[in-house]
Design a protein around this ligand. Structure first.
Ligand code: AMP
Ligand code: GLY
Length: 427
């Protein structure tokens, strides 16, 4: 199978690693990729959000499958264009991608499908915002309606901070008034209390297959302090969660959503990321994403023992019901993200990154690149983005994997590098 994978993060390096090592894969191109994917596949520097460039490359390489990593190409209609060109693609079309691109749209689909989620009010004025905050009370949950790379949500007991974030979202909306602007600028939600879990569901438009549940750590600092980030680490399995969590998610959430999307004529083909809160009243959806999560994918795929290319190809071609369910190692996996100083604000880039080989010399450890680049001489690795890399470790227990991941991370150096020291602690 010739595969084109779009994206450049640690999630894509994890996907590339699984795709490249499977016997079913004969050729793997990553666009644009990163220095990590360059070592196991061919990187090609095209714009992954350009439907024209992606179709051209997929056609030229005679791809059997296109796998879309990040959300931006999906929202831009790349999957629609590839599908129209007759090439199987793992990723939803632009209309179905609104499940992630617009939180108000996701709420509408959930309501139609009878899927449990936090009650929410969409606000377009200062008065509505203020009234909604008072209605739900503290802790306040205020969400930018559009795509914000995991950083558009503020959860706080400080009413003034909640109001400020809401007003900033409204101001942004006014600046960006355009035909495809979201239907509301800001959502205020009921606070969901309970541990969170991420369950990824592979979908072919009709059938749903869950992957192993994982948990990520969204806040920047230890003890869940600091701002929300794209994610600072993750682990799988969740030994504390109900054993049938994945089955519950399929039955009560993913299947009803996939059925509702099919009913609307916008089949969901790709990865439905169910971000959940396990509340005292049962499962609630916190968010949907329409692609693999980062950094959960790094941990989940480290445990996959069946063929990833065959799974994704069967979803892209509507044959998921006939294909075997994915299988998992009994071992646990933990990944810890190393971010550059300044992240999640403007990150300091250009600093040398050393010690990756030393980390990978530990059995059970591998390092996945994200915001890395090569220095001007083309030899040394440097930080080139906010989240620089993920250190992944596999061990017999979550604790053993966690210890090993931190041992690996201790061998890596980046001036000013930030990481949490409590990923998967006590899990
Ligand atoms: P989102 O972008 O919607 O996933 O939100 C990012 C993070 O904010 C989530 O992973 C949660 O940790 C937190 N969050 C979002 N919505 C809620 C909610 N209704 N109640 C509590 N926490 C929330
Ligand atoms: N881990 C959160 C996300 O991928 O959006």
């Amino acid at each position: 199978m010739k595969i084109l994978l779009l994206g450049a993060g640690a999630r894509e390096h994890a996907l590339a690693r699984c795709l490249a090592s499977a016997p079913a894969t004969s050729e793997l191109v990553v666009a644009p990729g990163n220095p990590g994917t360059a070592a196991i596949a061919t990187n090609l520097a095209i714009d992954p959000t350009s439907p024209v460039e992606v179709v051209e490359l997929a056609t030229q390489m005679d791809a059997d499958l296109v796998v879309v990593g990040p959300e931006a190409p999906l929202v831009a209609g790349v999957a629609d264009a590839v599908r129209e060109a007759g090439i199987p693609v793992f990723g939803p079309g632009a209309e179905a991608a609104r499940l992630e691109g617009s939180k108000a749209f996701a709420k509408d689909v959930m309501s139609a499908a009878g899927v449990p989620t936090a009650e929410a009010v969409a606000c377009t004025t200062e008065g509505e915002l203020s009234a909604a905050l008072d209605r739900f009370g503290a802790p306040y949950v205020v969400k930018d309606d559009g795509l914000a790379a995991g950083k558009g949500v503020v959860v706080t007991s400080d009413r003034a901070a909640a109001m400020d974030h809401g007003m900033a979202c409204l101001a942004k909306e006014r600046e960006q008034l355009q035909p495809d602007a979201p239907e509301s600028a800001v959502l205020v939600e009921e606070y969901l209390d309970g541990p969170e879990a991420s369950v990824f569901c592979v979908c072919d438009g009709a059938t749903v297959r869950p992957l192993a549940p994982a948990q990520d750590f969204k806040r920047l600092a230890d003890g869940d302090a600091g701002p929300n980030t794209g994610g600072m680490g993750a682990y799988s399995p969740l030994t504390w969660a109900p054993e049938d969590l994945a089955e519950q998610v399929v039955r009560d959430i993913a299947q009803p959503v996939v059925d509702e999307m099919a009913r609307r004529g916008t089949a969901f083909i790709g990865l439905l990321y169910c971000g959940l809160a396990l509340t005292g009243d049962g499962l609630r959806v916190v968010e949907f994403n329409v692609r693999f999560g980062d950094p959960e994918t790094q941990a989940v795929l480290a445990r996959l023992t069946s063929s990833l290319p065959e799974l994704l190809h069967s979803a892209a071609t509507g044959r998921l019901a006939e294909s075997p369910a994915p299988t998992w190692s009994e071992q646990a996996a933990v990944d810890v993200v190393l971010a550059a100083s300044g992240y999640p604000g403007a990150a300091t880039i250009g600093g040398p990154v050393t010690g990756i080989e030393e980390a990978e010399s530990l059995p059970g450890v591998h390092v996945l690149h994200a915001g890395t680049g090569l220095d001007d001489d083309g030899g040394g690795l440097i930080a080139a983005g906010g989240r620089v890399l993920s250190v992944v470790a596999v061990g017999d227990t979550v604790d053993a994997a966690r210890e090993l991941a931190y041992k690996g991370l201790s061998r890596i150096h980046l001036d000013g590098g930030q990481y949490r020291t409590d990923i998967a602690a006590g899990c």
